[in-house]
Design a protein around this ligand. Structure first.
Ligand code: SAM
Length: 272
């Protein structure tokens, strides 16, 4: 039997233990401003509001957002914003909502699965405004985010996420933890934001583009992916791969980020 996809990825969390575990995974938030993505009917919201110094919740749904606003209207430390998370600038969200402070935000949310990748990429791009994120995603995405290099789940998403910090898969939940039940299992991941670009001597945008080239075709070797991208000659690519101590036949999924950065530096910033 086919399941109907709910509007705006609205699979509401009904597992009370899970809601507790998600909020606990944030650690001590008593002096933090927490940003909740997609509060929906508020499964996490009251627990967050009780524990956080401030809470900003971003909900796109035009019926749910006003309901939450009504509930929280007399709590000065809670702001509900009816907005699209994909259009929000996290650096200015406090100013928009009138919440004080300027420390990086702690982000939490049971993400709407139809835009999981877009939200994650947006969070990575705004990593300077975030200290930690705990998010519910499809389990398969959680596995990819947390996979170490050299495993079959490791790919562009893993490398991109891990360039922005430490990723941990915390626990999985079956479809029955939600209403309506989604068609997939879910899992909660935590990202502790510590971007590695400076440490590895690479420029963020250019290196992320390089990673995209490296993983362009999963079955191809690294040299073939880079060769077909046509920004460096085969000899140079082979020399850079050899210089990183890797086999000429290596695939991107087997290469740790430190070696990826060494290859990149040798090809694109030889003096760096
Ligand atoms: N947090 C609630 C819970 O755990 O029950 C709801 C989670 S539900 C999986 C995802 C929520 O994100 C929905 O309330 C949906 O309306 C909201 N949403 C969907 N797209 C959004 C967007 N672009 N920006 C902000 N919220 C969005």
């Amino acid at each position: 039997m086919s399941r109907k996809k709910p509007k705006l990825g609205q699979n509401f969390l009904i597992d009370l233990t899970a809601r507790q575990r998600i909020v606990e995974a944030l650690g001590d938030i008593s002096s933090s401003t927490v940003l909740e993505i997609g509060p929906g009917r508020g499964a996490l919201t009251d627990l967050l509001a009780t524990r956080a110094q401030n809470l900003i919740a971003i909900e796109l749904d035009r019926t749910l957002a006003p309901r939450l606003t009504e509930i929280w209207k007399s709590s000065g430390h809670v702001a509900i914003l009816q907005a699209d998370i994909l259009e929000l600038d996290l650096a200015i969200v406090r100013a928009v909502t009138g919440i004080a402070g300027d420390a990086p935000l702690v982000v939490v949310g049971n993400l709407p699965y139809y835009i999981t990748s877009d939200i994650l990429l947006r969070l990575f791009a705004q990593a300077a405004s975030i200290s930690r994120a705990v998010v519910m995603v499809q389990e398969e995405v959680a596995d990819r985010l947390a996979a170490p290099s050299g495993t079959s789940a490791y790919g562009l998403l893993s490398a991109t996420a891990q360039m922005h910090g430490r990723v941990e898969k915390l626990f999985a939940l079956p479809p029955e933890a939600f209403s309506p039940a989604p068609g997939v299992s879910s899992a909660v991941v935590r990202l502790d934001v510590h971007p590695r670009f400076e440490e590895l001597g690479v420029e963020r945008i250019a290196f992320l583009r390089f990673l995209q080239m490296c993983f362009r075709q999963k079955r191809k070797t690294l040299v073939n992916n880079l060769k077909s991208a046509d920004t460096a000659g085969t000899e140079d690519v082979l020399a850079a791969i050899g210089g990183a101590g890797l086999s000429p036949n290596v695939r991107a999924e087997a290469v740790p980020l430190e070696s990826m950065a060494a290859i990149y530096r040798r090809l694109y910033s030889p003096r760096g």
